[in-house]
Design a protein around this ligand. Structure first.
Ligand SMILES: [Zn+2]
Length: 273
């Protein structure tokens, strides 16, 4: 899937999960905590594609996510791609093909999702609010870039960076510091997993089973059968899936913070029940 769909799916999964926690487990969160979680999850859902490198010296190419902070994130993407390729080459078995590019390798695995989730949690636990501000800043940049891609393209990376800074500052000023931030690492990790699922319904799949060796292959690409695969950037993705994600997000927010609106809509009748 493309950047905007990944970001949108991350946000909607986080909002739906927050609604479910509130509804079934009685775990309520403040509107700001939910907004921060959804933003971080949307950003996290773009993180795996940081392995798509461009041309740093010419400031070109790279995935949506790699262009967030201009040439800086493009450089990071270059490094991530090379490191991923290194992990691939170091762990490939005899039946895994030789590769010259690290895209859709290490950052598209469950251990990577776990690692960034754990890393985020550890940073927040060790450095408290300052780590939170830094993480929210980075993830908000990715989320803005993903969710409002046309605006971000027109505005340029400097404006996106400033806007992320404003979001991080607002969060720091308003999020209570005493309860810790257990949800932040969770949001980044969940975002990565949502990204993997999104890529699994497209043609090439992802090495979701790594590092489990099967049939002298460690990097088997797993996805839906080609006949069912969603075409990247096609109508199914840009129209059907994005509308679905948006609907889920809106319903979840309404369910959490304005349940009377949903009751007035009389959803049961609307669904033909
Ligand atoms: Zn991807």
């Amino acid at each position: 899937m493309m950047g905007p769909s990944h970001a949108l799916s991350g946000a909607s999964v986080w909002l739906a999960g927050s609604w479910a926690l509130d509804h079934f487990a009685g775990y309520g969160q403040s509107p700001l905590a939910v907004a921060v979680g959804a933003t971080v999850c949307a950003g996290g859902a773009l993180l795996p594609d940081l392995d798509l490198s461009g041309k740093v010296t010419r400031n070109q190419g790279g995935a949506t996510v790699a262009r967030t902070f201009g040439v800086f994130s493009l450089f990071v993407a270059e490094v991530v791609e090379k490191v991923s390729l290194g992990v691939y080459t170091a762990t490939k078995l005899s039946r895994d093909p030789r590769r010259t590019n690290g895209h859709r390798t290490f950052t598209h695995t469950l251990p990577f999702a776990g690692l960034v989730g754990w890393g985020t949690t550890t940073l927040c636990a060790s450095y408290g609010k300052w780590a939170v501000v830094a993480i929210v800043f980075l993830m908000a940049g990715l989320a803005l870039r993903g969710l409002f891609d046309e605006w971000a393209e027109r505005a340029g990376w400097l404006i996106v960076t400033l806007a992320s800074g404003a979001i991080a500052w607002f969060t720091a000023a308003n999020l209570p510091g005493d309860r810790g931030y257990p949800m932040l690492g969770m949001a980044v990790g969940v975002g990565c997993v949502v990204h993997l699922l999104g890529d699994m319904i497209t043609k090439n799949g992802v090495p979701i089973l790594w590092p489990i060796p099967i049939g002298r292959r460690m990097w088997r690409m797993v996805g839906v059968p080609n006949g069912m695969a969603v075409r990247v950037g096609g109508k199914t993705e840009t129209l059907v899936l994005r509308s679905l994600f948006t609907l889920v997000a809106v319903l979840a927010v309404a369910g959490m913070f304005a349940p009377h609106v949903l009751r007035n809509l009389d959803l049961e009748k609307w669904a033909g029940g």
